[in-house]
Design a protein around this ligand. Structure first.
Ligand SMILES: O=C(O)C1=C[C@@H](OP(=O)(O)O)[C@@H](O)[C@H](O)C1
Ligand SMILES: C=C(OP(=O)(O)O)C(=O)O
Length: 432
């Protein structure tokens, strides 16, 4: 457990955050499927990307890993998945992207695979993706019949054809299909059923496919046509800093006052979560978008206003916004985030429980919450539910409120192992 030490003056800091989890875990399978050697710069080294890299190695790919310089060189095999005998067990921890993207990826190969993770991963649904892959000719099932991992795949390639997939539980199923589809035996037509949540992640998938030379046609609302017989082109690629990781430092001045700049992120980011700065602006902060940084300032005396926001498109920032909200002068309503109950933990319930511990009044409903302003927050020991974002977000409260202790802080290793070092660095720059 760590206790956060409140600041006695407004923030004044410049920080850098590690590479994007979502971009790293797309670049890896794309590079493995490409027709030559790709060099990936600014790779994230955290649990989620390490699981992905070690699974690719287990499957038989050669990766040269230079952690010091954050460079990973991947020898692509032009769509050939190395063959093996027996059952290949792949373990993905609690990495949603690895579980989903690898499920579609290994379906392109030949042989038996099992994809499994920690107990929480066995509660995270993947049946929608299983059904879609079945329609496309894959022999695949949830081993325990739970609709969750472990997933068993008797792979013999993805045949292709037309398929529909629900868009209402996770966008990662659709990204998984899209990433693998260019290597199907015929064209793939995907139709999203119902509203598509987390839409910016689909744009990220499509943009990266295009950056690696593959074409996807958008055909009307929620319809995608992926011509078969395509190949990713190996290339050198720079991974953006992680915008969800940046959200904590973008929120810090809203809580503690002062100014923080996050380097190497800009408005043109592939990540929807980069728009989180816009929420801080709506609440009363000043935001400067540089071509290579985002800077957020809450000047002395500037009041913070509550907002009413549909956070479906950047739901990983729910916890970040939720910890800023009690410091505003009016209530904050966060809507349309029901799907975050099936992430690392039931995030709506976790956030509400921990805010209440600090004395904040919160209303919880199925797909959202309303957070009331709090005159004084109480010291609290914050449970983190093995959820990196709970630890990272609630630490911010400690910048202002004495006695905030974060339990099991090492859970940040899922996406940001050095979080508390960067956090401390931000505080030191301010106080020295
Ligand atoms: O595609 C991706 O990289 C992600 C999509 C989102 O998941 P959902 O689509 O399940 O909301 C997000 O929460 C996750 O952290 C990363
Ligand atoms: C939801 C998240 O991760 P996952 O990729 O495991 O879904 C997250 O990082 O907040």
């Amino acid at each position: 457990m760590i206790e956060i030490c409140p600041l006695n003056r407004p923030l004044q800091a410049v920080v850098e955050v590690p590479g994007s989890k979502s971009i790293s875990n797309r670049a890896l399978p794309i590079a493995a499927l490409a027709n030559g050697t790709s060099i990936l710069h600014n790779m994230l080294f955290s649990d989620d990307s390490r699981y992905f890299m070690s699974c690719l190695q287990q499957i038989g790919y050669r990766l040269e890993i230079d952690e010091t310089n954050r460079i990973v060189t991947v020898e692509g095999r032009g769509g050939v998945i190395p063959e093996h005998t027996g059952l290949l067990d792949l373990f993905v921890g609690n990495a949603g992207t690895a579980a989903r993207f690898l499920t579609a990826f290994v379906s392109l190969g030949k042989g038996s695979y099992r994809i499994d993770g920690i107990p929480r991963m066995r509660e995270r649904p993947i049946q929608d993706l299983i059904n879609a892959l079945r329609t496309l000719g894959v022999n695949i099932r949830s081993e325990l019949g739970t609709g969750c991992p472990p997933v068993l795949i008797e792979a013999s390639g993805i045949k292709g054809g037309a398929v529909s997939i629900p868009g209402t539980r996770s966008s990662q199923y659709l990204s998984a299909l899209l990433l693998a589809a260019p290597y199907a035996q015929s064209d793939v037509d995907i139709q999203v059923d119902g509203e598509l949540l987390s839409a910016p992640y689909i744009n990220m998938t499509l943009s990266m496919m295009e950056q690696f030379g593959v074409r996807v046609e958008k055909r009307g609302d929620g319809a995608f046509h992926v011509p078969g017989g395509q190949m990713y082109t190996a290339r050198e690629y720079v991974i953006e800093p992680d915008a969800s990781s940046a959200s904590y430092f973008i929120a810090a001045p809203a809580i503690a006052g002062g100014k923080v700049r996050v380097n190497h992120l800009s408005r043109t980011s592939l990540q929807g979560d980069a728009q989180f700065a816009g929420l801080m602006e709506r609440m009363g902060c000043q935001v400067r978008w540089g071509h290579d940084f985002i800077e957020v300032e809450r000047p002395a005396g500037q009041e913070l206003r509550g907002i009413d926001v549909d956070l479906n498109e950047m739901s990983d920032t729910t916890m970040t916004l939720a910890v800023v909200a009690p410091f505003a002068s009016t209530s904050t309503t966060i809507r349309n985030i029901g799907h975050i109950r099936i992430k690392e933990t039931d995030r709506i319930h976790a956030v509400v429980t921990e805010l209440r511990k600090m004395g904040v009044r919160v209303d919880e409903w199925e797909d959202g919450m309303r957070i009331e302003p709090a005159e004084r927050l109480q010291p609290a020991e914050i449970d983190t539910y093995d959820d990196h974002r709970m630890a990272m977000a609630f630490a911010l409260v400690g910048l202002k409120v004495p006695g905030i202790k974060i339990k099991d802080p090492e859970c940040v290793s899922k996406t940001f192992p050095d979080y508390f070092d960067v956090f401390t660095h931000m505080c030191r720059q301010t106080t020295t």
